[in-house]
Design a protein around this ligand. Structure first.
Ligand code: FAD
Length: 556
């Protein structure tokens, strides 16, 4: 029987520490060991001792005002000892906005949450924060019965895809490298020693040889084929925009089906910490947000069909027919395209592992303030990268742009080039690419290659903002659905030219807001031309589309 996981409290104020300790012992004492210390007790050494004793630390709760080191300073170092521990800053009270060090710690992912110390006994608001963190920690740290065992080559792309898919869909599984003894034994036992890898062995003994996404989904009881009847709305893609359309469609009495080939949550589901979505003051993990939205739509009666992407869409009279990769067809009266974009990634595993912890994809707006006095990097040479650099330069000590080309003029507006060259704390490295990066818990350094000289250099970096473009997932759409030159779906008034609807538009009325050039087919979220590329705006558009679909179905 392993030792109970630890809840560690570090606080210099003995009275406050006593209250937190007694609250934690009362609630969690049966399953967790509560350990207390002050800053004079050398909490870093204590963390090292717990690590060396192979103890699992679930949460470190630290008071901010301490004599030896502040709570944020301590919590910033916790992951060096316990890589999965949650870090909760106990604030000293006050109802105003959190002070600068806390804001900075949140943005840099040095803390997971902050809470006021218990004000009453019991303090349910305090416990809600603690329980939420424990739930997240337990999801990947406490043993769960494995629904699937995946045996494969550790570094094969498909093994990685399957692991990613199962973890994003919250399916408990174990991965066993095929060349190690446990993996070999599992294959022998299952009679699959000669099978094509990766092999998935189900809890009930079923064996899946190199399964497709659909086969995996089917194996765990998810629906992989749409119903034969006519739906009111087919939502293509289960990112925030599609999930919002599903919640509003199903809750407003429309029979709604959602098609998703990969994982619920889309890009947002890959974000470890979404901080700017309304209603989650210390942020929410993308996984958590996706799970909540999925359940919400499900509870209203939305159908989900997993495993295969939509591959085609056509109008058959008043029906819209979506074809799916496995040959199925979804018939509906209206369609919501919510297939999002894929942000171009650097494709460097050590940096991908630090996404959200110093490595940021997309705009830098929300993180900029926390970069105060730090040295940061922006990768990319287009307008989005230029704007991010200028914005960051207001806060950061130094911003270095890493640009693959030899000049900014080819890819960036002139006004931005001028602004960049006249901003003293922005430097531009031309002919440069990022080839690596490292950090324990958060980004600490980047490796840059100068393509002209061939020289590689490792430089300290507090953050890197990657803005190397995003590709809309619209290649599957027919020509009738107009797209801009980058492939984003054009909607509403953007389709009008000189007051006229686009060629081939069959109706008297012009296209509605969010409606594409094919009547009854709407586009929402990141896939739409001119969209804002945020979770909240995607959710907003998904819900608005349903309102418009009511009008469309009524023939307004
Ligand atoms: C790492 C990261 C962190 C981010 N952090 C934040 C943040 O903190 N705050 C914020 O506001 N925004 C953030 N964003 C941006 C935000 O996640 C997106 O704006 C948002 O997810 C867009 O939602 P969407 O539903 O339009 O598209 P997506 O999230 O891209 O979802 C599209 C879905 O469609 C599916 N799909 C694609 N093609 C098909 C097909 N042919 N058939 C069926 N389904 C298909 C995909 O599998 C996917 O699930 C972040 C993005 C990333 C990548």
């Amino acid at each position: 029987m392993p030792d109970a996981p630890v809840l560690l409290i570090v606080d210099d104020d003995p009275r406050a520490r006593g209250v937190v300790e007694s609250e934690l012992r009362k609630r969690y004492g049966a399953d967790y060991e509560v350990i207390c210390a002050g800053s004079a007790d050398d909490p870093l050494r204590l963390l090292a001792r717990l690590r060396d004793g192979r103890r699992r630390v679930s949460i470190v709760l630290a008071g901010q005002s301490m004599a030896q080191l502040t709570g944020t300073e301590l919590l910033a170092q916790v992951r060096e000892f316990h890589s999965t521990a949650k870090r909760l800053l106990l604030s000293d009270g006050g109802y105003g906005p959190p002070p600068e060090p806390i804001l900075q710690a949140l943005t840099l992912d040095h803390i997971d949450a902050y809470a006021r110390r218990p004000a009453t006994v019991p303090d349910e608001a305090f416990h809600l924060t603690v329980t939420g963190l424990l739930e997240e920690w337990a999801r990947s740290n406490l043993p769960r019965p494995e629904v699937m065992r995946v045996v494969g080559d550790e570094w094969s792309a498909r093994s990685h895809e399957i692991r990613d898919l199962l973890s994003r869909n919250l399916v408990p599984f174990g991965f066993y490298p095929a060349d190690a003894r446990p993996g070999k034994a599992l294959l022998e036992e299952a009679g699959a020693a000669a099978a094509r890898l990766p092999v998935v062995i189900m809890f009930d003994g079923r064996v899946l040889e190199n399964p497709s996404n659909s086969q995996l989904a089917e194996a765990i009881g998810m629906r992989t084929s749409p119903g034969a009847g006519l739906y009111d709305v087919a939502v293509i893609g289960a990112g925030p925009a599609g999930l919002a359309a599903a919640v509003y469609g199903a809750s407003e009495g429309l029979s709604t089906v959602v098609l998703e080939p990969e994982a619920i949550g889309g890009q947002a589901g890959t974000s470890s910490h979404i901080r700017n979505y309304l209603g989650f003051p210390t942020g929410v993990s993308g996984e958590d947000l996706a799970l909540r939205a999925y359940t919400q739509a499900w509870n209203f009666g939305a159908d989900y069909v997993y495993g295969s992407p939509a591959t085609g869409l056509r109008a058959e009279g008043s029906e819209r027919v979506v074809t799916v990769a496995d040959g199925d067809k979804v018939r509906s009266r209206a369609v919501v395209i919510a297939t999002g974009v894929s942000y171009r990634r650097l494709g460097i595993p050590s940096l991908d592992a630090l996404t959200g912890a110093g490595v940021f994809y997309g705009a830098a707006t929300s993180e900029a303030k926390a970069m105060k006095d730090r040295e940061v990097f922006v990768v990319g040479g287009a307008n989005s990268a230029g704007q991010a650099a200028v914005h960051l330069a207001r806060y950061a000590a130094k911003v270095t742009m890493v640009v693959r080309g030899q000049s900014l003029a080819d890819s960036m507006s002139e006004y931005l080039v001028k602004e960049i060259t006249s901003t003293p704390n922005i430097a531009v490295r031309f002919n440069a690419v990022v080839t690596g990066g490292a950090g324990t818990g958060c980004l600490e350094s980047l490796t840059l290659l100068d393509q002209a000289s061939g020289v590689t250099e490792t430089v300290p970096a507090a953050a890197v903002f990657v803005l190397i473009g995003a590709e809309p997932r619209t290649q599957w759409l027919p020509d009738e659905i107009r797209r801009d030159r980058w492939g984003f779906v054009v909607t509403g008034t953007d389709l009008m030219a000189g007051g006229h609807p686009p060629d081939g538009w069959p109706l008297q009325r012009p296209p509605m807001l969010l409606e594409s050039s094919l009547p009854g087919v709407f586009a929402v979220g990141d896939v739409r031309c001119g969209s804002v590329k945020r979770v909240a705006s995607a959710v907003g558009e998904g819900s608005v589309a349903i309102r418009l679909i009511h009008d469309y179905l009524r023939g307004d």
